[in-house]
Design a protein around this ligand. Structure first.
Ligand code: SF4
Length: 340
């Protein structure tokens, strides 16, 4: 049995569920606390049971606004209070609904309901039976926490499982970015028995299946909540490797050693940079102490680039080589073949 929330990483990394860290339980606990707050406007006592980082994070979250759904000339403003919240959905490998009562502990589902292939908790869902439609919405700290946004396999898993549970034919996926206070919504509904869903089902079956293999790193890792404990991302920090170099009396052997250690430092920097980006993607912006600045991610439009082929064709020449100038030489230090 696979948790629906781990489908996007499990699709690529066979080991993701082999790390003991139970992030799903923590996430589910903080989700429950946040929903209680959204309902009453008061933080429940259970807030105190959450780890400090989670407390700090969810207290920055914004309560979901009404969800605007347009159907032809009719506009629906779907209210948070009318949504199905923290709805447990589960399906077997044929994507038939399996009823798993909410009071069954997550850890017992596999044993008590062996037919379950995927199971998860939907943050919010609105049923619109008049349109044979269900809107499934996940609350995230940041839209960047999910690499594929509302197209992520997690949302698709919720959509298909919710359709099966409610006997509804179509679903729309959405994400509430709780830091920004903004919905991100798929433009089109997916037909649960349509062509697109066939491909999604196949991907989910692969992601849900147990398969052998090593930790597989890649862009999917930035959405992996187990990354902080993942052996594939641990880096050894060299200590005191640069003493001789900085003393001004280094030998060739010292420099050789320092080059290796420097590479490790660069790898470490790369790992730290990437872990910081990951954290911001998953948890939202980092505020400066005075709250006036935020370290955050934003999307920028790509740089403009000259289409050389088009320019050459407009000029009636084969290429632009005759129009290019080259800058002066500059030194580049690197390892090269000794006889080169
Ligand atoms: S961080 Fe990447 S390699 Fe490590 S468990 Fe997660 S998905 Fe797998």
């Amino acid at each position: 049995m696979r948790r629906i929330s781990s489908l996007p990483t499990a699709e690529y990394c066979p080991k993701v569920d082999k790390i003991g860290l139970d992030v799903e339980r923590t996430q589910s606990a903080r989700s429950t606390v946040f929903h209680a707050y959204c309902d009453s406007g008061v933080w429940p006592a259970e807030l105190a049971n959450l780890p400090e980082a989670d407390r700090e994070e969810i207290q920055k979250w914004k309560v979901p606004m009404p969800f605007r759904y347009q159907h032809g000339d009719v506009t629906h403003m779907l209210q948070y209070k009318n949504a199905y919240r923290e709805w447990r959905v589960a399906v077997d490998s044929d994507f038939n609904k399996v009823e798993v009562p909410i009071d069954v502990p997550q850890g017992d589902i596999e044993r008590l309901y062996p037919q379950v292939m995927i199971c998860g908790h939907l943050d919010m869902a609105w049923l619109l039976p008049e349109y044979d439609l269900i809107i499934v919405c996940d609350i995230k700290s940041s839209i960047f926490a999910v690499k594929e946004g509302h197209r992520s396999l997690q949302l698709q898993g919720y959509g298909l499982a919710a359709c099966a549970a409610a006997g509804i034919g179509r679903y729309i996926t959405a994400i509430w970015d709780a830091s920004d206070g903004k919905y991100y919504v798929a433009k089109e509904a997916i037909e649960a028995d349509g062509f697109e869903a066939v491909d999604i089902r196949n991907r989910i079956r692969v992601a849900a299946g147990d398969r052998d293999g090593a930790f597989r790193t890649g862009t999917h890792c930035s959405g992996c909540w187990k990354r902080s404990q993942c052996p594939a991302h641990l880096v050894n920090v060299p200590e005191g490797e640069f003493k001789a170099v900085l003393s001004g009396q280094a030998t060739e052997a010292d420099i050789r050693k320092a080059l290796v250690a420097k590479r490790q430092i660069e790898d470490l920097k790369g790992a730290v940079d990437s872990a910081i980006k990951s954290w911001v993607e998953q948890h939202g912006p980092v505020r400066s102490e005075d709250g006036r600045k935020q370290y955050r991610c934003e999307l920028r439009t790509g740089k403009t680039k000259l289409d050389e082929k088009k320019v050459a064709s407009a000029l009636g020449v084969d290429n632009l080589e005759d129009y290019k100038t080259r800058g002066g030489e500059y030194p580049v230090f690197d390892w090269r073949n000794a006889d080169g």
